[in-house]
Design a protein around this ligand. Structure first.
Ligand code: CO
Length: 371
């Protein structure tokens, strides 16, 4: 048995233990990061139902559209597989599963991101049961990353670093935001990424004042502040990094805001210790920006957990008293946004260890001037 099969079995065992602890009879996973975590297989969800039913006692069962059958068989092991064909519906298989679980008391947990259309079919097949969310069990399992998970996240970080270096050492003035985003993505794929973690953000000039501006047709010109926010996937795990660069010379105010954001970032890093409540990290970052006069312009939380999903627990936000533990991975990304003018953000993902936090990306933090 391979090491990864062992790891998958341990994860399934942990899911069952978790279900028993909260009185659940089964959990049903769709095409999602949870499915990948448990089986190694996932894909983009589509209109055909593909799900894994993990009961407390019997063997976990895949319900699979025929066109996926060979791939699921090749990429997973240790699961029962029930196949349905185009021209049929999966309802009979769902009813069969419901009947199989009829003697087991407890709620049915549904994958949090399962499409409503599937959730409703499952609810019909399991009529009379109570339902809950799979995150009740899965969140706790995925919160702390093991050595293998941290290793692939580091690799995803290195690839992002290389892409940044390659793209910002070339001329960017005259490129559209979309073209620059395309270059970052191509570099990440060329360096071994299996895909992007999310649609690359390139926000130039006044667009940089919108924290989630994607990338548009605007051409980058001399004097622009440009926020690059990007990441890739390795073995399903994400990197996420932001750097703000300036095209040509930076006005004094850009330097001033940049310096405040950088100090805010350092304060959050320093606060990221085992045992610290998540909200204390947010407060550490926010205090610096409030003192610098930019508190009102820091319009989002300080960071988010990351792993198989780009955004997952823990969230570094006021009101979260969740304590940091070894193996937690999250972004630290304070930003200041001056509407209509420019924005600044600096972001790295870190992993918490007993010795302190360690970043996954290492691109320098000084304000970089690009041509
Ligand atoms: Co992020």
């Amino acid at each position: 048995m391979t090491r990864s099969t062992d790891a998958k079995e341990a994860r399934l065992k942990a899911v069952r233990r978790g279900m028993r602890d909260i009185g659940a009879a089964a959990a049903i996973f769709g095409l999602s990061s949870n499915l990948r975590y448990l089986t190694g297989f996932t894909d983009e969800p589509g209109e055909r139902l593909l799900c894994l039913i993990v009961g407390c006692a019997d063997e976990p069962t895949f319900i699979v559209p025929e066109l996926y059958a060979a791939e699921v068989r090749a990429r997973t092991s240790g699961f029962v597989m029930r196949v349905w064909r185009d021209g049929e519906t999966p309802e009979a298989l769902l009813s069969g599963a419901a009947k199989g679980l009829s003697g087991v008391a407890g709620r049915i947990l549904l994958d949090d991101t399962l499409w409503s259309t599937f959730a409703l079919s499952i609810q019909r097949a399991f009529a009379g049961r109570e339902f809950g969310l799979a995150s009740e069990v899965m969140e706790g399992l995925r919160l702390r990353k093991d050595e293998q998970e941290v290793g692939v996240m580091q690799r995803a970080g290195e690839i992002a670093d290389r892409a940044y270096e390659a793209v910002t050492s070339q001329k960017v003035a005259g490129l559209s935001e979309i073209e620059l985003a395309g270059r970052l993505e191509a570099e990440m794929l060329a360096h071994g990424a299996e895909g992007v973690a999310f649609q690359t953000l390139v926000a130039s000039g006044p667009n940089s004042a919108m924290p989630h501006h994607r990338a548009g047709a605007r051409r980058i010109e001399a004097g622009d502040v440009v926020i690059l926010d990007f990441g890739c996937r390795v073995a399903g795990y994400c990197s996420d990094v932001s750097r703000t660069v300036v095209c040509g010379d930076a006005p004094a105010e850009v330097e001033r805001v940049y310096d405040a954001v950088r100090r805010s970032y350092v304060a959050a890093r320093d606060a990221s210790r085992v045992g610290t409540p998540a909200e204390a990290v947010d407060r550490a970052a926010r205090d610096v920006l409030v003192k610098a006069g930019y508190g009102e312009q820091f319009v989002h939380r300080t960071g988010h957990g990351i792993g198989l999903d780009v955004h997952e627990s823990p969230y570094l936000v006021e009101g979260s008293d969740e304590r940091l533990e070894e193996g937690m991975t999250f972004s630290i990304e304070p930003g200041v946004y001056l509407p209509g003018r420019f924005g600044i953000r600096v972001e790295d993902v870190v992993v918490v260890t007993e010795e302190g936090e360690r970043p996954m990306t290492h691109a320098p933090h000084e304000l970089k001037r690009v041509a």
